[in-house]
Design a binder for this molecule. Structure first.
Ligand code: AMP
Length: 366
């Protein structure tokens, strides 16, 4: 299918062309026609599937210019807020639809000032949105479109009540779209309570293509030898690499170990200021062979297409986390490699089970 077969306007088509989007992704093929049709939607889909453009294109097309806060997109993290806003801005470039991201960690006064431009689309994290609502800066009583992106992550991060509260400020007559990689009971409950009965549910999780395009490996390595193992792996490969750690302390420690060897790596975690985090991600994006060391929460919103390696320095606690982490590589049809360090047999067992469940083989790294 081509974008021209979808009922989207010339301004948007031109913007997509400029972005280098040749044809719609599977999620876009499914979501765009129903969303343009005004249907409520639930998309069980992974990240890296083009879901941002899948909801952004219909919103931009349907929004009437000049009606501020026409659409609200709620996301779990600051990084994702910025990423989604950027994607929207690049698609809306010829449509004169304004968008803005609001999130904690950045001066609220600056955001309040920018909101005077009366953007039609607001992308925000729950806490900052509620703050701006309670200050009577943002009003969503005329909002026509609501998107909850990475809903499961928002709930995992404890935003369940905040999300319900935000929804209570919106009119009942609206179009709602919910995207979530998993559908636990509490998300289904939210969907039942807040979406229309004739909603369309897309289960795109059966499409395991992204995971299967990733060459997955494990390496049995003693805890104390993990840094040396990481160093060896990276010395033999010059792809862009994302390394996941469990704690902020480990992230800082690894950065110091590399520095001792006169190698500069990028490191990011929740204790770093927002401006710095944004700068680090930008640098990582632009680099050809950068190494970024990160914790899970912060890495969640990183959408960089050309990551060749994902390394689980610390073993992920759950299979969802594993899939999410490794999904950072092999994006948009590229190939990629995931290497998980297992420091005991229990971790290896978990990994083997994840492999079996996802129909993929996780090989020992030679
Ligand atoms: P997402 O799943 O929304 O995070 O998108 C993942 C990446 O794919 C982003 O960098 C998008 O800009 C890119 N992308 C989305 N749709 C397409 C498309 N149809 N063709 C090429 N790239 C796309």
């Amino acid at each position: 299918m081509k974008f021209s077969e979808l009922n989207i306007n010339e301004n948007i088509k031109k913007a997509l062309q400029n972005k280098g989007f040749v044809k719609p992704s599977e999620v876009q093929e499914k979501v765009i026609p129903s969303a343009l049709d005004g249907k409520d939607l639930v998309g069980k889909s992974k990240t890296g599937t083009g879901k941002t453009a899948a909801f952004a294109i219909p919103l931009i097309q349907k929004i009437i210019k000049g009606q501020s806060c026409s659409a609200l997109i709620v996301v779990p993290t600051r990084e994702l807020a910025l990423q989604v806003k950027e994607e929207i801005a690049s698609i809306a470039v010829g449509s004169s639809i304004k968008s803005m991201a609001v999130f904690g960690g950045q001066s609220i006064n600056r955001q309040i000032e920018l909101l005077r431009r009366r953007p039609e689309i607001i992308v925000g994290t729950p806490g900052r949105l509620l703050d701006l609502i309670s200050r009577k800066i943002l009003f969503f009583n005329k909002t026509k479109f609501l998107v909850l992106d990475e809903a499961d992550k928002m709930f995992d991060m404890g935003f369940r009540e905040d999300v319900s509260k935000i929804i209570s400020f919106l009119p009942k007559e609206r179009q709602s779209l919910v995207f979530s990689a998993t559908m636990p009971e509490e998300i289904l409950d939210l969907i039942n309570r807040h979406l229309k009965h004739d909603r369309i549910v897309f289960d795109l999780s059966e499409d395991n293509a992204p995971v299967q395009q990733i060459k997955q490996f494990y390496l049995m390595v003693d805890n104390k030898k993990k840094f040396n193992a990481l160093f060896d792996v990276l010395s033999n490969d010059d792809s862009k690499t994302l390394v996941f750690c469990r704690t902020k302390r480990t992230v800082d420690w690894i950065e110091r170990q590399f520095l001792k060897r006169k190698i500069r790596v990028l490191a990011i975690h929740g204790d770093k200021k927002q401006n710095m985090r944004t700068r680090i991600i930008e640098e990582f994006k632009k680099s050809k062979d950068g190494i970024l060391i990160a914790t899970d929460v912060v890495a969640r919103g990183i959408h960089v297409d050309d990551i060749g390696n994902v390394i689980n320095f610390d073993f992920p606690q759950e299979s969802e986390t594993y899939l999410h982490r490794i999904g950072r590589t092999a994006r948009q049809g590229r190939t990629g490699r995931a290497i998980s360090f297992c420091s005991n047999l229990m971790e290896y067992d978990v990994l083997e089970r994840i492999g079996t469940r996802n129909n993929t083989v996780i090989q020992q790294l030679q």
